[in-house]
Design a protein. Structure first.
Lengths: 563, 167
């Protein structure tokens, strides 16, 4: 069928299973938005900043497992996507960013709104394309969707000059993608499964360390089976939350810098660490020389480049986590509970996480606990970055995969709210909560407009301490309390702000108002609700292992030296 | 001159614009040091071949191989550290050659089986081919006469025997 490049792009997306895009048009993007006009099989959500579009596509992808798509125009539109693309890259999230570009004859001439976006995004995309011939477009879109969503997923960017959008093509759907440089399916080396099973059989103090790869590959069931058959307990990374139900007695919660003390003790003392879909990030390991130093290591991952990258391993099994775990569950001998299990249970009791006593002051940890208790796992929790994120990781009980979305690798403030929009669009039936601070929320709050426009009933849990809290915490603990550049008490009235956008605004200042406010929020189903929780200003996140240190330096509570 | 641990890898890539930037950008941001890089088309016009000499320890080399292979436009990475190879580099050297020194310079050129490809009033331009050590050696021997300019192609390499990189 004859059509122009813009229509071929939209048709290629629809043929590739895309029915939702998040974006903003612009001069050279007009042909592409024109091609969207009046279509029923694919919708555009008009965002208010391109960063919001990228994060929304990311939240959509993490919540649904499908590729999220965002659109932006050339130049500033494209560069505004960069933070969102980098966020997705660090956390292996499949998004496709389509950017319009100045016409091919204007390329490289410093034309109006020209930016070399393929050059700029080279280090933060899994792959990118500049399409110079309209006849390549259907193939490129098919490849881009395939690359983004397979293997170790990641963002792909396709840059389309305006004259390519306008050029005519005889469109035929692409039915097969073939690239000699990319073959995501990995044959699993069975002998490695045997070696892993042998190591497990001979270990006395094994622990599983599960990351986001378990969730990406849909391996939760296999992971839980492995844990149940062997009675090996499971610590997860931030992105691995929900890989095993945190209500399961074998779940140890998050490990690492702000992980639970018992997860960190278990990893520190183990003699076998089974890493699954995780990459030994520095926020997990702390000081490398001290990390799991008594342990042999099994590493299961689809990306060979992660093997031996920072920690050298004894057995590496390369492949899709679900396939590997399924085979391992078959091969491994069942084990009974041992003294090691008792020891960990003892740590779990000794270092049990508790909300601090609240009294009259509203504490952020208690607000999060209340949300978690009320929802009982039946919600998607999206976090922003900073203290709100770490408290959410500690105090939200996540029972299913894809129910906890957070910017882990890049740590992008402003991620939470637009990602929640994407999650709510992708999962309209589930309640979606975004837990954020007043700092991060103000970085992307303009997306209240599309959230209200599309009647998204997102619950915005704003933990308002009028500080850039995590930086303030570090300044308190490591910089002699010199609070430089962190006081953000000059701020809008968030309740009125929400109302100005047409959302519901609620303010909570006392602990006894929390439950009522949350119940009120749950009754609203046709617009966002923002609850401005005026929390204690100087709460800290504990436990904490200072950056680059080991468990010996773990602070379980606030140091008492100041008194 | 003592060189740090050097490895030669051959990378077969799609012959498309921007691929060199993808590879060199990867090396730069991951902190891999490139000693030399030579690129050319192969008998299959859709494939280019890069010969890259890198320095680093074994674990760095392992990361280089794996990270490079992850690039979508990279078809194959061959690590030549463990197999016998033939390797060559070509250099053009413009050296001062006053009349009274021409004979001795020509002797050096002869011994190295190099060639004088251009003569001017006070200089020779010499073409030399060989392994890196050979090119280093003639460079050092010519230094006392005054090297005005030198350009080296970077090493290219191929496995000995029946081994081929292609396919």
């Amino acid at each position: 069928m004859k059509m122009n490049g813009a229509n071929a792009l939209i048709q290629s997306l629809v043929d590739g299973g895309v029915d939702m895009v998040f974006g903003i048009p612009g001069g050279v993007m007009i042909p592409i938005y024109d091609a969207l006009y009046g279509r029923k099989d694919i919708r555009n959500m008009l965002m208010r900043h391109e960063q919001g579009a990228a994060h929304a596509a990311d939240g959509y992808a993490r919540a649904t497992g499908k590729v999220g798509v965002c659109f932006a125009t050339s130049g500033p539109g494209a560069t505004n996507l960069v933070t969102g693309i980098a966020t997705a890259f660090m956390d292996s999230v499949p998004i496709l960013a389509v950017t319009a570009q100045v016409k091919t004859t204007a390329l490289g001439k410093d034309s109006f709104q020209e930016a070399d976006i393929t050059g700029i995004t080279l280090p933060i995309t899994k792959h990118n394309y500049l399409v110079k011939d309209v006849n390549d477009l259907p193939r490129v879109i098919a490849e881009a969707l395939y690359i983004a969503g397979t293997g170790r997923p990641g963002p792909v960017l396709v840059d389309i000059p305006m004259d390519v959008s306008l050029a005519e093509i005889d469109y035929k759907p692409v039915t097969e993608v073939k690239m000699r440089g990319y073959s995501p399916h990995v044959e699993i080396d069975e002998s490695k499964i045997d070696e892993a099973a042998e190591l497990i059989a001979s270990a006395e103090r094994p622990v599983i360390y599960a990351g986001g790869g378990v969730i990406i590959s849909g391996a939760s069931e296999e992971l839980t089976k492995l844990s149940e058959k062997t009675h090996i307990l499971v610590a997860t990374t931030l992105l691995g939350k929900g890989a095993i139900s945190e209500s399961h007695p074998h779940a140890l919660g998050m490990l690492g810098m702000h992980g639970t003390a018992y997860a960190n003790h278990a990893v520190h003392e183990c003699d076998l660490l089974i890493a699954v879909g995780a990459r030994f990030d520095d926020r997990v390991t702390g000081k490398l020389a001290a990390f799991a130093r008594k342990a042999k290591v099994i590493h299961i991952d689809i990306d060979p480049a992660e093997i031996d990258k920072t920690v050298s391993v004894d057995v590496a099994v390369i492949g899709d986590c679900r396939e590997v775990l399924a085979k391992l569950v078959e091969k491994v001998n069942s084990r009974q509970e041992t003294d090691w299990n008792k020891q960990i249970t003892h740590w779990k009791d000794e270092f049990a996480l508790q909300c601090p006593a609240q009294g009259d002051v509203l504490l952020p940890q208690c607000v999060i606990s209340k949300v978690s208790d009320m929802m009982n796992g039946e919600a998607i929790i999206v976090t922003d970055v900073g203290q709100n994120q770490m408290w959410s990781a500690l105090f939200c009980n996540i029972t299913k995969p894809r129910r906890f979305l957070s910017s882990g690798g890049l740590g992008t403030m402003g991620y939470g709210f637009p990602a929640a929009i994407g999650a709510q669009v992708g999962c309209p039936k589930l309640p979606v909560f975004v837990i954020c601070g007043d700092g991060g929320f103000q970085m992307t709050l303009q997306e209240l407009a599309p959230a209200v426009e599309h009647k998204l009933p997102i619950k915005i849990i704003l933990l308002n301490n009028r500080f850039l809290g995590m930086v303030r915490q570090w300044q308190e603990l490591f910089w002699n309390g010199r609070y430089s550049g962190v006081d953000i008490s000059a701020q809008p009235d968030f309740k009125m702000l929400a109302e100005a956008y047409g959302a519901v605004g609620i303010r909570v200042t006392k602990p006894d108002e929390v439950e009522g406010a949350l119940s009120r929020a749950m009754e609203v189903n046709d617009r966002p609700v923002l609850i401005d929780f005026r929390v204690s200003r100087e709460e800290n996140v504990f436990p904490m292992i200072p950056a680059g240190q080991s468990i010996e330096e773990m602070m379980v509570n606030r140091p008492r030296s100041e008194g | 001159m003592k060189r740090p641990m050097q490895h030669t890898i051959t990378v077969l890539v799609e012959n498309k614009p921007g691929v060199l930037a993808r590879v060199s950008g990867l090396f730069a941001r991951r902190g891999f040091n490139i000693e030399s890089l030579a690129v050319s088309i192969t008998d299959d016009p859709s494939v280019s071949r890069m010969t890259i000499v890198v320095t680093g320890d074994d674990s760095t080399l392992d990361q280089i191989n794996k990270q490079t292979l992850k690039l979508i436009d990279v078809i194959k990475v061959i690590d030549y550290s463990q197999i016998p190879i033939v390797e060559r580099e070509l250099a053009l050297i413009k050296v001062s050659a006053e009349v009274d020194q021409r004979a001795v310079i020509m002797q050096i050129v002869d011994i190295f089986r190099a060639k004088i490809i251009d003569i001017a009033d006070t200089s020779f331009t010499i073409e030399v081919t060989g392994g890196i050590d050979k090119v280093d050696a003639i460079e050092n021997l010519l230094k006392p006469y005054g090297i005005k300019e030198i350009v080296r192609t970077g090493k290219i390499a191929m496995a000995r025997g029946e081994h081929t990189a292609m396919a």
